[in-house]
Design a protein. Sequence first.
Length: 445
Amino acid sequence: MRSVLLLTVDSLRADHLSVHGHERETTPRIDELAREGIDHRRAFSQGTTTSMSFLSLLGGIYPLANGAWMDSEPRYPRLSPTAPALAEVLSESGLVTGAWHSNPLLSRFHGYSRGFTEFHDPIPEGAAGGGYVYRRWHRRRFRKAIVARLKRSPRLYGAMLRAKERIFLMERPFEPASALHQRAARFIGEADGPFFAWIHYMDLHYPYLPGPSRVREFTGLRISKHEMNGLNRTIIDHRPSSLPASKVGPMMALYDTQLNVLDAEIGRFLDALDGSGHLDGAVVVLTADHGDQFMEHGHVGHWNNVWYYDELLHVPLIVRGAGKGVRDGLAALVDVPPSICRWAGVEPHPDMMGRPMDVDREMVFAEGEMDGVTRVAVRTVRRKFIWDVTGDSVELYDLDADPGEKRDMAPTSPEGVEAFRGIASAHLDEARRHQVRMAARRVSA
Ligand SMILES: [Zn+2]
């Protein structure tokens, strides 16, 4: 059996890696990893948010096969107890398993600790994960301390808040990569045999707060703390309409700088493990759960089940230790769990819906269900079809002529729409059947 190290970066767009042609030298260390291994240039996530994407990335199922657990309270889904869990399959086969992250949507509460011997997340045991960290985020300490005294004077209160954001950067509610690396390095160092280690980074998830001097150094742009806070507020408060076109560049500069900082941290971590021989013979996988938007379709960040464009679905997928080269064929995150099983020398779970990714896919799917609305997208190398199943509206794009997905061809291509609707509909049926199959297997087991 072999060890596997899985690194997942929240919100990392494939096209912002320098090895993929981004104009800034954002990721020299990730680029190195890509050159040492297999660099999938057309890898796609099965969802546009953490909650959807990880059902595939760690559960090995399509999001819509997760069944009733999609509607769990709070509104973010939990991995169904009838679904396979990658870590469980690996640990039952004898690997030691560890996970480190600070994303509340991937907590124990949401079912992601299954199969991990060591599981580090920021959610207290028993607490409803969902909005835990996010609630904390909105319940800023500064506000709480003074709000009672200022209740009769909202103007003064507003002025104080503005003054605060002029002086201090906003608080980040997540743990930095360096803290996770310390824990993971200890675990890997002490592992007595093959291990499966998963680290999920929130460093690139908004708010993007790399600090003004770092931004100036890396991009040449001068962005004050106040402006930085303001740019992040438009994302956190979902107010893209308040973002002038001239501010998209600065927002992207923050993202790129933050990515560059994380890249260096990941490089240091891998250097240390490589130097000590702890990764000898191991497979290292680096990917992302989804990307982020910079107004390509009128929105910033990511938070909903609405946008199925490539800025959110196109993710990096780099594998070191299982071959070399650039792969241009379609690849899907749902194929990561069975592939990891194979690399580790373990039989994939029969309920995993993906397949080991040694063969390119003809098409990939993305889907989600939120607030009673179901959406399915189908992507081939040349076409993208997006179907709002609930409202029965469709979009179709020719990615050769229109890679930015701006000109909807659905109204003029009824035949193309019907063909794709048939494919998406069959996929949806299969996901529902799979959900029943998984439940039946658990009952009979
Ligand atoms: Zn995410």
